[in-house]
Write a protein that binds this ligand. Sequence first.
Ligand code: ADP
Ligand code: ADP
Length: 232
Amino acid sequence: MIEVRNLTKIYTAPGQKIVALDDVSLRVEKGEIFGIIGLSGAGKSTLIRCINMLEKPTRGSVFVDGVEITALNEKELRRARQKIGMIFQHFNLLSSRTVFDNVMFPLEIAGIPRKQAAERVRELLDLVGLADKADVYPAQLSGGQKQRVGIARALASSPKLLLSDEATSALDPQTTRSILNLLKDINRKFNLTILLITHDMNVIKEACDRVAVIADSRIVEVGNVLDVFSNP
Ligand code: ADP
Ligand code: ADP
């Protein structure tokens, strides 16, 4: 589902060069929940931002579902991004819109007819267990509920890949568990591939099939979670 080949990302700021990713290669198979763990500054966000092309790599290529997304023009990229959903640490909801209208937003942008889109939003809110919160505003929700809205919004276009950038880092352990369980349910139900980045080993242990450890801009280990974190 994802193939990253020899990816290097160098940020240039006046007077300095920051190598955020140094020749990183990685394969994530269809239907996997794959975790990337590393300390702050290791390069996790940069990697995920290169996979959805929010960031342009300095060198190397990224394939998503067989498409070389690093070779696309803007228009092609907009279409390719429909296949990729994303959730965030701070949820990134629109505070002036209701829960319903937040989930509606990507469908509006995609030009889906209102009636059909509304039906889809109901389905998605049902899926994440928030059918009864359609008409409230994000400020009235708990953190876990906000992330459920984020998940519903990310799934609106039926993506093949879901990217999670520290999606549980702002949540308490119990809420984290419930969000990870939801992600596991969705993974099974839709055979949706999930790539998540985290600094929290418990998230990897609870949710992931395989894991890559990233340190100082490089992947230093990849394998099954049980193998990587077992103490020989
Ligand atoms: P992580 O997500 O693991 O915390 P990041 O990918 O955010 O790591 O950062 C990797 C390195 O790149 C860090 O040294 C960070 O300061 C630097 N970096 C990240 N984004 C930028 C940017 N837009 N401009 C310059 N440097 C950046
Ligand atoms: P199909 O193979 O016909 O697409 P699925 O079993 O994949 O059927 O999907 C059934 C329902 O689940 C449809 O309503 C579809 O929109 C929805 N669905 C499929 N994939 C996803 C996804 N990744 N995220 C959210 N909804 C999805």
